[in-house]
Write a protein that binds this ligand. Structure first.
Ligand SMILES: Nc1ncnc2c1ncn2[C@@H]1O[C@H](COP(=O)(O)OP(=O)(O)OP(=O)(O)O)[C@@H](O)[C@H]1O
Ligand SMILES: [Mg+2]
Length: 320
């Protein structure tokens, strides 16, 4: 659990600060996670997660497949209940407030899932308009204008009348982003926003995320294992491994770790060696050694049926 806490102290909410990247004074804390744990049956998927995310910053959550990234995201948006610990969104403990208050918070965050999850029977414009129609009493003309603004932001105004089946995967992601932005959220959650996209489209999505974060002081929490994307958009990064936070730190700290030469690796802690291997997408390192040791033990002894299992992360595939 050590190293899991960010530098910022909890609960020091300064309403005055909402600008992007507001360094120096204490920026508004929009998400606070304390000692969070999640167990499915006998499988511990997350344990001892501590985290603060501030106004106007982008936090990238990384880690191998199955290490608990999506589960963490689902806990943050309230679609899973924690087994232990607490989550505060916009200063409110989401386990303690009632449904009405949580609905109010929900209106202040947007979600972009791996599949853009657009309604196939509705045009792109209607998909974006949906949250506004459902959650506000705005006049239809006002909603129409707001939809146009959001579609222009993501470069889709000309395609407003198309249906999801008539647009490409990258356009669907952008439409999903426009919908997530429809209510001018304070927090945006993304799960693998560039998965399945070609490198150029993926870079465009990255730029869009950066612009939205900068121009609207949105707090973005992005799950990705695309390293190029992670280093492009992150202000801070969080590395999960086997449901545990190995490190939360600035992008620069992670860049330094990635740059450590082979000759200097032995001077790093085991956790930092794991992170370095992950960031470099290297075939050799502690993740690979650990995985083959696990397989061997399982082969010899079978799975330890009665013991609580902790999920392990895998090495990401490197994008060329
Ligand atoms: N609803 C659930 N019920 C039971 N087990 C679950 C559930 N959701 C997730 N898990 C388990 O929790 C572990 C972590 O899953 P999660 O989806 O969070 O991984 P991830 O880090 O997002 O992986 P990926 O990079 O492949 O998307 C997996 O072993 C998964 O099987
Ligand atoms: Mg996932």
């Amino acid at each position: 659990m050590s190293g899991a806490m960010s530098g910022a102290t909890s609960g020091t909410t300064s309403a005055a600060v909402s600008g992007a990247g507001s360094a120096g004074s204490s920026p508004e804390v929009r998400i606070t996670v304390r000692d969070l744990g999640k167990t499915f049956g006998t499988q511990t998927v997350l344990q001892g997660v501590n985290l603060d995310v501030h106004a106007g910053e982008t936090l990238v959550i990384m880690g191998g497949s199955g290490c608990g990234k999506s589960t963490l995201l689902r806990l943050l948006i309230g679609s899973h209940k924690p087994t232990s610990g607490s989550i505060k969104l916009l200063g409110q403990d989401i386990a303690e407030i009632g449904d009405v208050a949580f609905d109010d918070i929900k209106r202040q965050f947007g979600i972009l899932f791996q599949s853009a999850a657009l309604f196939q029977s509705m045009s792109i414009a209607d998909n974006v308009a949906l949250p506004l129609r459902e959650h506000t009493n705005l006049a239809p003309e006002v909603i129409e204008m707001m939809v146009k603004i959001k579609l222009e932001l993501v470069g889709l105004r000309q395609h407003a009348d198309k249906f999801p089946s008539q647009i490409s995967g990258g356009m669907a992601k952008r439409a999903g982003l426009a919908r997530a932005m429809a209510m001018d959220p304070k927090i945006l959650f993304y799960d693998e926003p560039s998965a399945g996209l070609d490198p150029v489209t993926s870079a465009e999505i990255d730029q869009l995320i950066k612009e939205l974060t900068r121009n609207f002081a949105v707090t973005s929490v992005v799950v990705t294992h695309e390293m190029d994307s992670a280093f492009t958009i992150a202000d801070r990064m969080l590395m999960l491994d086997g449901g545990r936070v190995l490190k939360v730190g600035s992008r620069e700290e992670f860049e330094r770790l990635r740059a450590v030469s082979d000759a200097d690796v032995s001077g790093l802690s085991e956790d930092n060696q794991i992170i370095r291997q992950f960031l470099r997408g290297a075939a050799q390192g502690p993740i690979t050694r650990r995985r083959s040791a696990d397989d061997y033990r399982e082969d010899l002894l079978g799975e330890e049926g009665n013991e609580e299992r902790v999920t392990r992360g895998a090495v990401p595939t490197r994008r060329i």
